[in-house]
Design a protein around this ligand. Structure first.
Ligand code: F6P
Length: 529
């Protein structure tokens, strides 16, 4: 059945006609207990969705929709290891990576090897080819093999190991690798080649160049074993690259790239913050797994986040979703969520291959507060586009300095409040704004937002935060009847790039290309690559 034909979907469409034009001011005036009625807690985690444009009947209908989409049975199918990623014939088992004692033996074995590798690097017992200890680790990966660990290492800067610097290189543009290597010494640098497939163009190009860089200093093939390790599912390809089998940290095809932070792809995180802190990250995610799998729908945070996103996207027609962590350390969270959400649910074919006639994932973007306030918030306040937002606040600062955190929190709450309630002309006049400026000082408000509060930013709460969004994505896939775990849309550009590379090098004719691409290639050829 197409999603829109579900009875609750039709009822929501009818309900939306009534509530769509109601202002958050009215909704708050009608229910003085709105915060209590529209917020959820999980331990010290708080999800306040009272500034969403919905009322109690909206929530009831959304829960009916979730029931009609059989969300629980999809959770069970995932947990049972069914190949719910049906277009690739794969199970979706990233929760098994963080199941602690209940994790499968192969997961525990790799985690054990990661722990001992971290110990060798941190203690200095692992040495480079010339006998120097490792001071710098460079993760070579892209997409899910970069964004998650990069974000987590940045987020957990307060926990970083004092004697080790962890860098990330992802781009095919040589500026990324070259600018990183100029600061490093090949004798004390270790590379992690992080690639699920071990075939990704960008990662392999960077890995081969990094290999030459080490070889230029070592002039001995044996140096590779001291300076290269891999995180991959493709053991034949890692062997062919020359990485010793004992230096390969394996994971499995049932771990999706954008869900792989919890696997060997998390090795740079474990190195950066220590293995015990990496375990805490896993424990935080596991805590949310348990909550998601067991909490009733009405108390379930990820399900609620998904239902709100669906309501905003399909019934209020908000096709843009801003994520604003009021935490400098969480500045890279929006980039990670972009892949997690948009690569998972930015799709037009439903699970049966039929074209959907409803919107799927909104465009997700974001920036840390307060920086965003001084760039794009103007448009959110007065630009007219409907944008749904997530504000993320921390109870305590991870790098406390007197006076900063209260100002940061005040800014966070001020923005969500201003977006929700705006300012009328009457209020502006009462505040003493001169008549001729009143039209410019009117703020319509009614921009929906959710505020998620973490007590503090630790490996555990970061694990919770990421897992909340992962399960939100899963629920949205169920509600939209999509396979959230494939990514065929990424392939087309890759295939075309493979065909165009010889044209750019002047090794293949351009006659069959479109006029624009041909014109651009002819223009670029003058610069010779
Ligand atoms: O961007 C497409 C993609 O396939 C992602 O899903 C994945 O995270 C990324 O490429 C990197 O892939 P790999 O880990 O195989 O190098």
């Amino acid at each position: 059945m197409q999603v829109p034909l579900r009875p609750a979907w039709l009822a929501l469409a009818e309900h939306a006609r009534g509530i769509k034009h109601r202002h958050l001011r009215d909704l708050f005036a009608a229910d003085t207990e709105r915060f209590a009625h529209f917020s959820l807690r999980h331990g010290p985690l708080l999800l306040d969705y009272s500034k969403q444009r919905l009322a109690q009947p909206t929530i009831s209908l959304l829960h009916q929709l979730a029931e009609q989409a059989s969300w629980r049975s999809w959770v069970e199918r995932m947990r049972a290891g069914e190949a719910i990623n049906h277009t690739e014939g794969r199970a979706v088992r990233h929760a098994d990576l963080r199941a602690g004692n209940a994790a499968p033996p192969e997961v525990k074995a790799v985690l054990g090897r990661m722990a001992s590798f971290c110990e060798q690097i941190h203690s200095g017992s692992w040495r480079g080819f010339s006998g120097e200890r490792i001071t710098d680790v460079v993760n070579l990966g892209i997409g899910g093999s970069d964004l998650g660990p990069r974000m987590a290492v940045h987020a957990l800067a307060a926990f970083e190991h004092p004697d080790l610097n962890v860098h990330f290189v992802s781009n095919l543009d040589s500026a990324d690798l070259a600018s990183t290597l100029t600061r490093l010494n090949p004798r004390s640098t270790l590379f992690i080649v992080a690639s699920k497939t071990f075939t990704t163009l960008e990662t392999m190009a960077n890995a081969h160049t990094a290999r030459q860089w080490v070889m230029a200093a070592a002039n001995d093939d044996r140096a590779i074993a001291r300076h290269f390790v891999a995180a991959s599912t493709n053991l034949p390809a890692t062997a062919e690259f020359g990485i010793a089998p004992e230096n390969v940290f394996e994971f499995w095809d049932w771990v999706g790239g954008r869900f792989s932070l919890w696997s060997a792809i998390g090795l740079p995180v474990a190195l950066a913050v220590g293995y015990r802190n990496f375990e805490q990250l896993l424990a935080g995610a596991h805590d949310i797994d348990e909550h998601f799998f067991n909490a009733p729908a009405e108390a379930n945070l990820p399900l609620t986040m998904a239902l709100i996103a669906l309501w905003n996207t399909n019934f209020l027609e908000a096709h843009s979703h801003g994520v604003f962590p009021y935490s400098h350390s969480l500045a890279l969270l929006p980039s990670h969520l972009q892949q997690l959400e948009m690569e998972s649910n930015g799709k037009r074919a439903n699970r049966d291959g039929l074209a959907v006639d409803y919107s799927t994932n909104p465009i997700l973007w974001g920036e840390a507060g307060t920086n965003g306030q001084h760039s794009f918030f103007q448009l959110l306040h007065q630009g007219g586009a409907l944008v749904a937002s997530d504000f993320i606040a921390l109870g305590k600062s991870d790098f406390p300095l007197p006076g900063h955190h209260s100002g940061l929190l005040a800014s966070c709450l001020a923005q969500s409040s201003a977006l929700a309630f705006g300012q009328t002309v009457e209020e502006a006049r009462a505040a003493g704004i001169p008549e001729h400026l009143l039209p410019f000082r009117r703020f319509p408000g009614n921009q929906p937002s959710t505020t998620l509060v973490l007590p503090e930013l630790t490996p555990f709460t970061l694990g919770q935060l990421i897992a909340l969004y992962e399960h939100k994505v899963f629920c949205l896939g169920v509600l939209w009847n999509l396979n959230s775990f494939d990514q065929w849309g990424v392939e087309l550009g890759k295939q075309l790039a493979g065909r165009l590379a010889p044209c750019i090098r002047d090794e293949a004719p351009t006659d069959s290309l479109d006029a624009s691409t041909r014109g651009l290639i002819e223009h670029l050829r003058q610069f010779r690559h």
